[in-house]
Design a protein around this ligand. Structure first.
Ligand code: SF4
Ligand code: SF4
Length: 452
């Protein structure tokens, strides 16, 4: 079938947003030179905390493990040095989620910051045991690169009773957030690594089918992705499917519904709908961990927004502080800058400073001007139900908000708080400019603290 005639899949209750992608889409990824210093958060994953394995004064190589959990549980991944150099400090620093976290400060060696490496030996994922494959993915420190930093090896090792019911691996290349074109750049430049990452995931799980899901604003990628699938001999197992450019199409639940027609049950996970969803960047990182022995020490990201004079896709070492990027890489119009976002405008986190390191899950940095930013004062709820009609998870944001305002966490949970994917659609459509999703994020944090 010609790509132009393909069925376009989608889900209900999405939003059509202004995408602001044209300034960076199709642009090649430019590799940033090693900065003079990196500030690497010790904890960049969703799970038990790590401890630093180095001390002040140590010389570390690029790729050397510098932090790991004291006891390797099922929800931890290590962190590695992204440049070769000397550990100058180990102390608290502001992170991209606006919290303070322990960070290792490494002063880059001016002569060999990039070249003095300590990578793992390459491994053939098709001949070693599945357990060894999972160990390699953990040791490479790979997490979901489009979201909360969920360890990738955990996604690939579901409980035995669930594994038999999983029949589809989904490579999430939808990239529905405005401004961001990182995943598109990754798929354009490393399609062979993406297909390798899919093949590795299929080998580990025994799943026989995989789908690369992209939005229809990226359909130019279909021929190159299908070529790589054919070259890998996987044309009977792996397909590329088009989804409507519709927000939040890249959310796991929405993508599963669009591509398979299944629904993730309330309180459930993708595996409950027979699927494993991995971001395309994570799949590329998995392939590189085997074939290059490379841990997750740098990442591609988009820098954009009208206050960014040099919008582009870049590759930067993890731990690079925004202000340490040379001007050629990120020139900022400080006069017009009003808002700094780590991530996109819908799900990203607004930060008060540029003195924050790029992390494993930093898919983009958007520098916004007044014209791009809505700073309206919140009004009262007028019970218009727009938030309810536009919630892709069919929740009642207005009710959740009332419950949280009155301090009743249990009521908020009954109204669906823990099923909220924090997509921000309710905030976007609310005529009273109520900061709904921001409240839901805080409410979920409070609930997690209470459960601890
Ligand atoms: S969209 Fe805003 S004003 Fe309308 S019901 Fe929801 S919270 Fe209230
Ligand atoms: S942020 Fe949560 S409540 Fe609001 S629309 Fe998205 S899923 Fe629904």
């Amino acid at each position: 079938m010609e790509s132009t005639e393909r069925k376009i899949r989608t889900f209900k209750r999405g939003l059509r947003l202004p995408m602001h992608k044209t300034v960076t889409e199709g642009k090649a990824v430019e590799t940033a030179p090693a900065p003079k210093q990196v500030v690497i958060p010790v904890n960049q994953h969703f799970g038990a905390p790590n401890q630093a394995l180095v001390k002040v004064g140590d010389y570390v190589k690029r790729g050397q493990k510098i932090a790991d959990a004291a006891k390797t549980g099922t929800m931890t991944v290590p962190v590695h040095a992204s440049v070769a150099g000397v550990v100058k400090k180990i102390e608290m620093h502001l992170q991209s989620n606006n919290t303070l976290g322990l960070c290792v400060f490494i002063e880059a060696d001016p002569e060999k910051a990039d070249s003095d490496t300590d990578f793992m030996l390459s491994l053939d994922p098709q001949t070693i045991s599945k357990e060894d494959c999972l160990t390699r993915i953990r040791e490479a420190g790979i997490v979901g690169m489009g979201g909360a930093g969920f360890p990738s090896y955990v996604k690939l090792s579901p409980p035995v009773e669930k594994l038999g019911k999983i029949d589809t691996i989904i490579a999430d290349g939808a990239e529905c957030e405005p401004y961001l074109t990182t995943d598109e750049a990754v798929m354009t430049e490393k399609p062979h690594r993406l297909v390798q990452g899919i093949a590795i995931s299929m080998r580990i799980t025994g799943v026989k089918r995989a789908i690369i899901g992209i939005e229809d604003n990226k359909k130019r990628l279909i021929p190159m992705l299908e070529r790589e699938i054919r070259l890998a001999g996987l044309e009977d197992a792996v397909t590329v499917e088009l989804c409507r450019t519709y927000y939040p199409q890249g959310g796991e639940k929405m993508l599963i519904t669009a591509l398979t027609g299944r629904e993730v049950p309330s309180g459930g996970l993708p595996m409950d709908a027979g699927c494993i969803v991995q971001n395309v960047g994570s799949l590329v990182a998995i392939a590189e961990a085997f074939y290059l022995g490379k841990p997750l020490i740098d990442r591609d990201l988009t820098v954009s927004g009208d206050a960014c004079c040099t919008p582009k896709n870049i590759r930067a070492p993890i731990g690079t502080i925004l202000t340490d990027l040379p001007e050629i890489f990120m020139k900022i119009d400080h006069h017009s800058l009003r808002k700094v976002l780590f991530g996109g405008p819908m799900m990203g986190v607004s930060t008060a400073t540029l003195d924050i390191p790029i992390q494993k899950n930093t898919s983009g940095i958007v520098l916004m001007t007044d014209a791009e930013t809505v700073f309206d004062v919140e009004g009262p709820c007028i019970h218009c139900s727009r938030c309810i009609r536009n919630c892709p998870c069919r929740l009642s944001p207005a009710l959740m908000n009332i419950a949280l305002e009155s301090g009743d966490l249990d009521d908020a949970v009954r109204a669906g708080l823990m099923d909220c994917i924090e997509c921000g659609s309710c905030t976007y459509v609310c005529p009273s400019r109520i900061k709904l999703v921001q409240r839901f994020r805080v409410g979920k944090q409070r609930l997690r603290q209470r459960l601890k």
